[in-house]
Ligand binder design. Structure first.
Ligand SMILES: [Zn+2]
Length: 338
C-alpha cells in the first residue's frame, strides 16, 4: 500500500473533474512517507546535466532529481525473493534511488530550435525532484527558450513540470504528444472505465487536468498519430502499453541514432535482466512487457543508444543480450574540452 498523501493546491483544480474530496490523493510513483522524510544522502546538490553529440545534434541530459522507489511494492510478475536477488547482485537495496531524466535536443543548423523530451515532475513528487529548470538554466537556457516538448506520455513524472501553481513554465513551447495519449488522459470519463488502482487513476487524471490541459486549452498541444516524422531527424515511434499513447522518440543523424525510451522500464537492476517484470503504473502490463521485450531486442541487435527516463542519470547507454535478458552498458563519461 502506498501511503504518501499529496496535497494539490486548490488553485489548480478546474472543471467538473475535481471534487473537494479528491484534493488529497495517494501517489503511485512516489514512495512511502518514511522514504520521503529520510535525510538526503548528499549535503549539496549534484551536477545535473550531461552533454553529448549524436551526429550533428547536441543532446543534453537534464536531471529532475532522484526519488527512492519502494520497488517491492511496485514490481509485478516477480516474487519478492527474486527482486531481492537482483538488487543484491547490483549492490543496491529498496527503496531504490531512481532517476527522473529529461533530455534537451539542439538540432543541427537551427539555432532557434530547442526541443525537450519530457518535462520533469514539478512539485508533485516531493522535495528530491523538481530540479529540471535549475539544470536547464545551468546549461545556459531559460524555460521560455524551449520551442518544443516531446512527451513520451502524460504520467506526471514526465509532464508535471509543465506548470507551477500559477503559470506555464514553458510558455513558448508547443507540446507534442500522441493523440491517443491526449484523448485518454484529458477525458475524465476514461478514469472510471479503466482497470487498475482507483486511487492512482484518480490522482493521474487529476494531475493531467492540472498540468497538461492548460496547454491544450491554450492551443499549445499538437498531437500526432502513431509513427510520425516530427522534425528533420526526429520521429515518434508508437509504443502503447505502459500508457495508451506512449511514444518513443528516435533521433538519427550522420549514421548515429538515439531512441528516447520514456517509461519502457523503471527498475534497471531488475527489468534489464528480466524484461518480463512489470510495474503497477502500467495501463496494460502484458502489452507493456511485450513492447519492452521488442524494444530491448531491437536495441541490442542494432547497437544504437537508448535513453530510458528512469535509468541512473544521465540514463544513456546501450544493451547487450545476456543470459536470457540484457546487460546495460552506460555511455563513457567524456570531459575533454581544452
Ligand atoms: Zn509512466
Amino acid at each position: 500500500m502506498l501511503r504518501l498523501q499529496i496535497k494539490i493546491c486548490a488553485r489548480f483544480l478546474r472543471g467538473s473533474l475535481v471534487a473537494a474530496s479528491l484534493i488529497a490523493v495517494t501517489s503511485g510513483f512516489i514512495p512511502s512517507v518514511a522514504a520521503q522524510t529520510a535525510a538526503p544522502k548528499l549535503a549539496r546538490s549534484q551536477a545535473g546535466f550531461y552533454r553529448m553529440t549524436v551526429g550533428e545534434f547536441e543532446v543534453i541530459a537534464l536531471s529532475d532529481g532522484t526519488v527512492p522507489l519502494p520497488v517491492f511494492d511496485l514490481l509485478t510478475n516477480i516474487k519478492p525473493a527474486e527482486i531481492q536477488k537482483f538488487l543484491s547482485d547490483a549492490y543496491v537495496k529498496a527503496p531504490l534511488d531512481t532517476s527522473v531524466n529529461a533530455y534537451l535536443i539542439k538540432p543541427a543548423g537551427n539555432a532557434n530550435k530547442l526541443i525537450m523530451v519530457d518535462a520533469g515532475s514539478g512539485e508533485l513528487y516531493g522535495p528530491t525532484l523538481n530540479k529540471l529548470v535549475a539544470n536547464l538554466k545551468a546549461v545556459g537556457y531559460e524555460p521560455k527558450q524551449i520551442t518544443d516538448i516531446l512527451l513520451t506520455h502524460i504520467h506526471t513524472d514526465h509532464s508535471g513540470g509543465l506548470m507551477d501553481e500559477k503559470r506555464m513554465i514553458f510558455a513558448n513551447a508547443v507540446v507534442h504528444v500522441d493523440k491517443r495519449e491526449a484523448d485518454y488522459w484529458l477525458n475524465p470519463a476514461n478514469r472510471d472505465t479503466s482497470k487498475g488502482d482507483k486511487e492512482q487513476l484518480i490522482r493521474l487524471f487529476l494531475e493531467a487536468a492540472v498540468k497538461v490541459k492548460p496547454y491544450f486549452d491554450s492551443g499549445k498541444v499538437k498531437t500526432f498519430v502513431g509513427d510520425t516524422q516530427l522534425f528533420p531527424g526526429i520521429r515518434s515511434i508508437a509504443t502503447p502499453g505502459h500508457t495508451p499513447g506512449h511514444s518513443f522518440y528516435a533521433l538519427e543523424s550522420k549514421g548515429e541514432k538515439i531512441v528516447f525510451f520514456g517509461d519502457i522500464m523503471h527498475v534497471a537492476e531488475v527489468q534489464f535482466p528480466n524484461p518480463e517484470v512489470t510495474i503497477l503504473f502500467d495501463s496494460d502490463s502484458n502489452v507493456a512487457a511485450e513492447q519492452r521485450k521488442r524494444a530491448f531486442a531491437d536495441a541490442a541487435r542494432n547497437g544504437y543508444l537508448i535513453a530510458p527516463a528512469h535509468v541512473s542519470f544521465p540514463g544513456i547507454g546501450r544493451l547487450r543480450a545476456e543470459g536470457g535478458g540484457y546487460r546495460w552498458i552506460p555511455i563513457p563519461y567524456i570531459n575533454d574540452t581544452y
